[in-house]
Design a protein around this ligand. Sequence first.
Ligand SMILES: Nc1ncnc2c1ncn2[C@@H]1O[C@H](COP(=O)(O)OP(=O)(O)OP(=O)(O)O)[C@@H](O)[C@H]1O
Ligand SMILES: O=P(O)(O)OC[C@H]1O[C@H](OP(=O)(O)OP(=O)(O)O)[C@H](O)[C@@H]1O
Length: 214
Amino acid sequence: MNKDWITFAMPKGRIFEEAADLLRNAGYPLQEDFSAGRKLILEAPDAGMKFFLAKPMDVPTYVEHGVADIGVAGKDVLLEEQRDVYEVLDLHISACYLAVAGLPQQRKERVAPKIASKYPNIATQYFKAQGEQVEVIRLSGSIELAPLIGLAERIVDIVSTGKTLKENGLVELETIASVTSRLIVNPVSYRMKDKQIDDIVARLSAVIKEGSPS
Ligand SMILES: Nc1ncnc2c1ncn2[C@@H]1O[C@H](COP(=O)(O)OP(=O)(O)OP(=O)(O)O)[C@@H](O)[C@H]1O
Ligand SMILES: O=P(O)(O)OC[C@H]1O[C@H](OP(=O)(O)OP(=O)(O)O)[C@H](O)[C@@H]1O
């Protein structure tokens, strides 16, 4: 673990820019074209921060192993991965929710055994709690395809605007949980770098409070 820098595991893609903007607003100087290009390690020396650009689902792994002090991960990823990390702050970015969806006839035929998802643990736990026996088929993306071509009758996936469901003729059947991105911290880093990490959390909290409606 690097003592001088604070290291971040950051999800490549849709969350990164929003998280970077929060850090800028909190007073940490990150250049504007920060994530342009293909580099996977980005340094912001003036902020004393290093960023590792990872697959969103892998962020908690880097933080649990202590190679990153801090991470930004969706609540969906945290529920799925169940890693040994502290969840310290709701960043209120990338809001969406987890839902069960399917073809409209699934509204009537409630019980259907096959569920496709990139969240196999969440799906398994959810249906177990409902007392429903299902087979969960793991996919990596384009989950909405599964009911259209008969791989599964229902899916467990993220819904945001509902556009993907609608354009593919699917309907939401049940809501599972709301999702926003969270700041997570490695427990050992929190002990070793407590002042630096508390400062980041306090500054980000202030920015989030400013931005939220009272
Ligand atoms: N449509 C959406 N709108 C808002 N937030 C979303 C949406 N889809 C996913 N998210 C949130 O953003 C996080 C990252 O999603 P993203 O689609 O960038 O990654 P991914 O699909 O897991 O990765 P990849 O596309 O690299 O395989 C998710 O874990 C979730 O918290
Ligand atoms: O309700 P909407 O606004 O349409 O957003 C929901 C879609 O966004 C995510 O997919 P993503 O874009 O990450 O692609 P993926 O299928 O490769 O996971 C999610 O898995 C849904 O498919």
